[in-house]
Write a protein that binds this ligand. Structure first.
Ligand code: SAM
Length: 469
């Protein structure tokens, strides 16, 4: 089995050198291309999966399992040049309407296969920009979901918001339908950076939108920020971080810009020479993280922050945080159902992904078929290694013995992984205490390199991943 080893690099640094890497002596893990581990096995290791198999997986689910729903709306009004998501730009709303017809059919098809008694505890609308939907269409979509699935009384409904495509009327429809959390695409407040990525939205606009949401009663707010964008500097990201503090979101996701122009051709519009180098990216991340923490935010996992009273911070203290395709969550449902083109679901049997091709998606729905195209049944030790990776990514530590015991395996099953970890131990990235592995460096993004040591499939696909940090 071909495996990519975590290469060795400069070691024997003092603690201080680990916390503040000098430009001429960066940590060895920095800049490595590794998965972000939103799933394990990761998406490049998915293969063809028949809709019939996914249909059987759905029918075989038995109560009292709980499910979360992810609904993908793959449209935006304008192209953000940094975008790495499955989306299409459109100014023709009829395309959105045609898509909604197919989506409602899929919702019905999936709902019919589920046994009664499977409750829905989380619902997330992502994209693209779900805020592109007209209020009447959003409410119809919500009605279709409520009709097809049994919502628990405490269901949390969240929607990704592009502040440029939302207005008072849409916000009122979110309130009417029970939305209680928004995930706002902020990215960066610096005008030069915004222009360089074609995502111009003033601080005043975001401030006004947030005030409207709060007035209407939607107070749970996540902000998405990106570091590593063109023309960002330590000074500019520090300003953005302070402006974010003025708006006091409940949670922050601080993503490292994934520059993957070989996969996302439009990213070639980004002036590559204006991108920060790995070490500068790490400094930006650290500077922003410091500001958030000084203002009372609790770091969660690799790149999230939450106010101390927020459920995510509480879950982090209790080590209950989960990692899924949207990032870190308190959602503990055993089943995630992906609805819409390109959406990925996770069932006890494995992962299933819908076709990202909108025409193929529409055709499948019109013919009364599920639009499943790819996936990955769990096999061998997938679930066990997946649990180690999820614990590491979420808690920055794991007790290997506890996981091995849970899966009825001997501790020796991790021998190869521990061998791969040796370099990171030497480099003071992790410590091993008995069977407990703990991130030691203060650089939380390094956890991807630790998780990679437990990835049984790394190096078996041609995929080039994004870089750490
Ligand atoms: C699924 S996107 C959609 C969000 C929403 N449509 C918006 O931009 O307003 C969610 C988040 O992913 C992040 N993102 C998208 N492309 C990225 C990239 N290439 N690298 C890092 N983060 C990225 C952005 O922070 C974005 O807000």
């Amino acid at each position: 089995m071909a495996r990519r080893r975590v290469e060795s690099g400069p070691c024997e640094r003092s603690d201080q050198a680990v916390s503040e890497p000098r430009k001429d002596n960066p940590p060895a893990w920095l800049g490595k291309r590794l998965p972000r581990y939103t799933s394990y096995p990761t998406a490049p290791h998915f293969g063809p999966l028949e809709a019939r198999s996914y249909g059987r997986w759905l029918s075989d689910l038995t109560p009292p399992k709980r499910a979360s729903l992810y609904v993908h709306i793959p449209f935006c009004r304008a192209l953000c040049w940094f975008c790495g998501c499955h989306m299409q730009v459109t100014n023709r709303y009829d395309r959105v309407e045609t898509y909604l017809v197919a989506l409602e059919r899929e919702i019905d098809l999936v709902g019919r296969r589920l046994q009664k008694g499977i409750g829905v505890s989380f619902l997330h609308f992502g994209g693209g920009s779900p805020t592109i939907l007209k209020p009447g269409d959003f409410e119809r979509l919500m009605a279709a979901l409520r009709q097809a699935f049994t919502f628990e009384t405490m269901v949390e409904i969240a929607i990704e918001v592009d502040p440029r495509t939302v207005d008072q009327e849409k916000i009122e429809s979110y309130v009417r339908t029970g939305v209680e959390r928004i995930s706002l695409g902020v990215q960066d407040f610096d005008p030069t950076v915004q222009e360089a990525v074609n995502r111009v939205q003033s601080f005043a606009l975001v401030e006004k939108m947030i005030a409207t949401f709060r007035r209407q009663g939607i107070k749970k707010m996540n902000f998405d920020l990106i570091y590593g964008l063109p023309y960002q500097s330590l000074a500019s990201v520090t300003r953005t971080a302070r402006q974010v503090m003025d708006l006091a979101p409940s949670r922050i996701a601080l993503f490292g810009y994934a520059h993957v122009p070989w996969m996302k051709k439009h990213q070639r519009l980004i002036p590559a020479l204006a991108l920060a180098r790995d070490n500068e990216r790490l400094e930006m991340y650290n500077a922003m993280a410091r500001i958030f923490e000084e203002n009372g935010y609790v770091p969660v996992g690799m790149d999230h922050f939450a106010r101390a009273e927020d459920e995510l911070a509480i879950a982090a203290r209790q080590k209950r945080v989960r990692r899924n395709f949207q990032g870190y969550t308190t959602d503990d449902a055993e089943v995630l159902l992906g609805l819409g083109a390109s959406a990925i679901g996770r069932l006890p049997q494995g992962f299933a992904q819908n076709t990202p091709d909108l025409k193929a998606y529409r055709q499948a729905s019109a013919a009364g078929r599920l639009a499943t195209e790819r996936g990955r049944p769990f096999e061998g030790h997938d679930l066990m290694f997946g649990e180690v990776i999820e614990r590491l990514m979420s808690n920055l530590e794991v007790d290997l013995e506890a996981v091995a015991t849970k899966f009825g395996a001997p501790l020796s099953v991790f021998t190869d992984s521990l061998e791969r970890l040796a370099t990171l131990v030497q480099e003071q990235v992790v410590t091993i205490d008995g069977s407990r592995i703990r991130l030691f460096t203060p650089h939380r993004v390094a956890i991807r390199a630790v998780a990679a040591c437990f990835d049984q499939y790394l190096g078996q696909s041609q995929t080039r991943h994004s870089r750490i940090a």
